[in-house]
Design a protein around this ligand. Sequence first.
Ligand code: ATP
Ligand code: ZN
Ligand code: MG
Length: 302
Amino acid sequence: MDMQVSFLDRLFESGLLIETGVDGLYGRGGRFEDVIAAFERLIDRYGSADGAEAIRFPPGMNRAYFEKSGYMKSFPQLAGTVHSFCGNELDHISLLKCMDADEDWTSEQKATDIVLTPAACYPLYPTIAKRGNLPEKGGLYDLQSYCFRHEPSNDPARQQLFRMREYVCMGSQEHVTDFRQLWMDRGQQIMAEVALPVEIDVANDPFFGRAGKMLANNQRDQNLKFELLIPITSTTAPTACMSFNYHQDAFGSKWGLNQADGSVAHTACVGFGLERIALALFHHHGLDVDQWPESVRAALWS
Ligand code: ATP
Ligand code: ZN
Ligand code: MG
C-alpha cells in the first residue's frame, strides 16, 4: 500500500497552507507568511539601492486597460473577470429563486469595470504612460500584487491566486536588457544565499491555440523570456520561481510609452513567484523553519 502523503497534504497538515475546497485557492498560515515577508526583505537588500519607485496596486485592474492589453488574445484561458448583481428588486427575487432551485444564478451577473490582475505589471504601463515621457534615466518600478490565473491544479506550486513581486524597467533597449541581465545574476545569488538549487532556461508563455504556437516559438527563438527553475514537486520538471521578460517595444508602442527623447520605450520585467519560492524553501529545508540551516536562517532573518 502506498502510504506516501503528498507535499500538498503535508502543507495542509502543518497549517502552512489552509484548504478552501478549491484547487489552487489556499489560506496561508502565519509561518508561511513570515517566510514570504523575510524573502521580500532579502529581495529589498539587493534591489533597494537602485531607487525603484514602489507602487502597490490591488489585485484587480481597470477592465478597459485589461482589454487594451490584448490579454484575451493571448491567454483567454487564464483570465478572471469580476461580475456583480446589478438588478432591481424583482431581479433579486428571481435571483434567490434561481439559487433555491440550484439553477445557474451567475448568468444574470453583469461585468463590472474590474478584472483580476493577471500579472503584477499589467496595471503599470498605462499608469506610467499617462505621466508623459519617461525621465532621462528611464523608469524603474517595484511592484507586488496578488495575481489571478484560472489554472486549478493539485500542485501546490500552481495556484489560482498567488503573489508576484516584480521590478519593471523602461527605457532604451540596452538599458532594459542590462537590467534583465543584472536580475538574472542577482536571482542566482539570492537563491544561493538560501541554499536552493537553480537552473536558468529559456522559456515561453502559454499562448492560446494554434496561432499561439507560433508566438511561443518566436518568443523562444528571440530569447525574450528566461526562467529560474527550482525543483519543488518534480525533479524532472522543475518549477519556474522567477521569470525575466524582455517585451521589446511591444508595451511601449501599445501604451504610447516614450523615452525622454520621444522615441518608443522598451520594457523588461523580472518577477519573483513568492509562494513558489516559499514552497521551494519548505520543500528543500523542511516544514519546520527552526530546523533550517543556520546560513539560510541568517540570510532571511538577520
Ligand atoms: P509556468 O510556466 O509555471 O506556468 P509562467 O511562465 O506562467 O509559469 P510568469 O507568467 O512568468 O510564469 O509569472 C511570473 C512568476 O509568477 C513565475 O516565474 C512564477 O514564479 C509565478 N507564477 C506563475 N504562475 C503561477 C501560479 N499559477 N501559481 C504560483 N506562482 C505562479
Ligand atoms: Zn511583468
Ligand atoms: Mg503559466
